[in-house]
Design a protein around this ligand. Structure first.
Ligand SMILES: [Zn+2]
Length: 302
């Protein structure tokens, strides 16, 4: 009971109200975030087998210099991609953290660091949120109490991949995250930038096209914002260190609300992704968030 009271008190500063908000006029009605574990900026830059991904870069806003939080490992960076804060704040500090390694500095009434799903659900209680991931570790870095459909999938299993696409078409969710455990695996097996790694980038390009086509099929394309992201890059057969090959990844915003042909020139970090999404959806960002909306994407103040 005492703990419950404490959680409630802690929750007060950033509760948006629970009331139904009206989506800002220019806001995307749908967000589809596609994540590729271990896709380095170097890999995207040097690949000649990613025509669809690169067309989305041109049609949207992108940077090849977006940085990871440290360590340049998986769970801590995926946590930051949802929580707009670093390990120092949310406490996920290892590659496979399933709970904070030290206490999060802020908790919602769910006993969880406030993430983008929580903000969406508080402001838009009717919102559907689909959370799909290949690596089970991603299940633990989001507030699953706010998720409408939580599913581990495998893109190599057609039935499983199709279930993800069908969810988008049938449910037309406000936010969908589809996080692939690729090209991280070939990176660890044969090395980042190896021919197997580069082939995996091409394979992912084909899967991305299928996701885009599902959104088109659903009749949502004009109202959808796509976010293409990674958690970290890699070097030799690993990551977690401080080389730019490990820390720099590509970030793309493409679709509703984004001016085509934009290069994001300001500094950017994984923490800025949820902050940018929250801004576009008209959501008030909790003080605990250190990520900021990217001016190149949301428009600069005159
Ligand atoms: Zn990773």
């Amino acid at each position: 009971m005492k703990r419950m009271m404490m959680l409630l008190v802690l929750a007060v500063p950033f509760v948006v109200g629970g009331a139904k908000m009206k989506l800002p006029k220019k806001a995307p009605k749908h967000i589809v975030m596609v994540g590729f574990d271990g896709m380095s900026a170097q890999g995207v830059r040097e690949s000649d087998g990613m025509p669809f991904y690169k067309s989305m870069m041109r049609r949207g806003a992108y940077t090849l210099k977006r940085r990871s939080v440290l360590p340049s490992s998986s769970a801590c960076n995926w946590a930051s991609l949802y929580m707009a804060a670093g390990p120092e704040q949310h406490g996920y500090n290892k590659w496979n953290s399933r709970k904070p390694d030290f206490p999060s500095d802020t908790l919602t009434e769910h006993g969880f660091f406030p993430d983008i799903y929580y903000l969406i659900k508080k402001a838009y209680p009717e919102a559907k949120i689909g959370h799909f991931y290949e690596w089970s570790g991603i299940h633990y870095v989001v507030d699953t109490l706010c998720v409408s459909r939580d599913m581990q999938f495998n893109h190599k299993d057609e039935k499983s991949m199709q279930a993800v696409l069908d969810y988008i078409v049938k449910e037309q969710p406000m936010m969908t995250s589809i996080i692939f455990d690729c090209p991280d695996h070939p990176g660890h097996d044969t090395g980042w930038m190896s021919s197997e790694y580069m082939e995996a980038l091409t394979e992912m390009d084909g899967v991305l096209k299928r996701i885009y086509e599902a959104v088109e099929r659903a009749g949502m394309a004009d109202e959808t914002l796509f976010v293409l992201t990674a958690d970290h890059g890699g070097k030799d057969k690993g990551h977690g260190g401080i080389s730019m090959e490990e820390m720099e990844t590509c970030l793309v915003f493409c679709g509703k609300g984004v001016r085509p042909g934009t290069v994001i020139t300001e500094t950017s970090n994984v923490t800025d992704v949820p902050a940018t999404l929250a801004h576009m959806l008209g959501l008030q960002r909790p003080h605990a968030w250190i990520g900021r909306p990217l001016p190149s994407v949301v428009g600069r103040k005159k």
